[in-house]
Design a protein around this ligand. Sequence first.
Ligand code: GRF
Length: 218
Amino acid sequence: MKRRVAILISGRGSNMAALIKAAAAEDFPAEIAVVISNRADAAGLEKAGKAGVRTVVVESKPFGKHRAGFEVALQAVLDEHRIELICLAGFMRLFTADFVQRWHGKMLNIHPSLLPSFPGLDPHGQALRAGVKISGATVHFVIPATDAGPILMQGAVSVSDHDSADTLSERILEVEHRIYPDALRLLASGQVRLEGDICKTVASAAAGNFLISPVVGE
Ligand code: GRF
């Protein structure tokens, strides 16, 4: 039985599209049952519709700071679609600790940095200002703290002296589109387990795989 997944978006939905594409494969252990946006103008809604995925808008704006009120409306949609797992994909709304607790171990997020470095806004700018030579993306379980929680998967790219926030974000986005479906596959097929703050995976790290940046020429 495929696990029933909801993807939550607020914007363009490129990670959403990558998840939908991966889940179209017959052997993928999860199906995207619904895409939910907290904004009616999210570009991702049209993409999801075109891909034949059900979409629902639960506007968060009318709730203002009343987060719990929004979450009641959201939970009703999740219940209606018998959702078992949630993937946040550019979802720009914080949850209450209660909601996060309710979905503990079942809600993933993707962030475009190698967490715990550079959480929060402008991670690409933060990485460039710190002068790191390697950055990347992280898929993690959601906990009440923002851009934190047990790390399920990470992917890295080298950072060049010529990078701008835009070029870096483009390259990291490619990694995001690769690791988010892979991470969901692992979770949906029961290949990960949480040990406190740590996520352990049946799949082990690729052996003998280095990413060194910058490369010293011969
Ligand atoms: C991605 O970079 C994701 O890591 C971050 O927000 C961005 C969303 O992009 N959380 P998209 O809507 O998936 O294209």
